[in-house]
Unconditional design. Structure first.
Length: 234
């Protein structure tokens, strides 16, 4: 049976757990060929096994978005494996400390911004020359973007939404669809860290929101920013 993503070449960052792993599995079920990344290739073993169970192919690559040389090496390896990139999903993210900006330690700011904003943009820049016209860049944002008390994380996601909108305009001549997707509250390790008193069982699993991501990868263009939980694209 053919899938909506047969022949589509996809890169997913932060794919070792949570939403990233759920996306890799969903893309595999639709026939995509993938490169999946995490801070260590070993952490991706379970994701690659799950992708294989769905008849898919995923190549694991270690990627530390805080390290420019790691970004360059990962991009080079991804292109050697895939040849081109049709869809890039920037899911990797750091939460950092949920405190007021006035009290935010400089090292926490540096780490969060390096991963969520600077490193993510660097990866986009490295892969863009080999991205297919008509492709898609999907940046995972958050309802906490710009929210007081959320420290560098809120700033980084606000910046990522800005980057998404700018790239959308700048890459319009190549018909590259740039979309920021807010997945909403999910049963993930990051959510548990942000809300330690919350019962994870009350939250949906990441697999419940993969529909809009798959739809965008398959060609849909819902706009510059969507909330996955309320989006009808599937």
């Amino acid at each position: 049976m053919s899938g909506r993503l047969d022949g589509t070449r996809v890169v997913v960052t932060g794919a070792s757990r949570g939403l990233g792993r759920a996306l890799a599995e969903a893309f595999a079920a639709e026939g995509a060929r993938q490169v999946v990344t995490a801070t260590s290739a070993e952490r991706l073993a379970a994701t690659c096994a799950a992708v294989a169970e769905r008849g898919g192919d995923a190549h694991p690559i270690a990627l530390d978005l805080r390290d420019r040389s790691s970004v360059a090496a990962a991009a080079s390896e991804a292109l050697a494996v895939l040849g081109r990139v049709d869809v890039l999903v920037n899911n990797a993210s750091l939460l950092g400390a949920r405190i007021a900006l006035a009290d935010l330690p400089a090292d926490v700011w540096d780490d969060v911004m390096a991963v969520n904003t600077t490193g993510t943009l660097a990866l986009i820049q490295a892969l863009l020359p080999a991205m297919a016209d008509g492709g898609a860049i999907i940046n995972v944002t958050s309802g906490a973007a710009g929210r007081a008390g959320w420290g560098a994380y809120a700033v980084s996601k606000l910046a990522l939404e800005g980057i998404t909108g700018m790239l959308r305009d700048e890459l319009a001549d190549r018909a590259i669809r740039c979309v920021a997707v807010n997945p909403g509250g999910l049963r993930t390790a990051m959510r548990a860290a942000a809300y330690p008193d919350e019962d994870p069982a009350t939250l949906p699993r990441p697999a419940t929101v993969v529909g809009p991501f798959v739809a965008i990868a398959a060609g849909a263009d819902p706009g510059p920013r969507i909330d996955a939980a309320s989006c009808s694209a599937a």
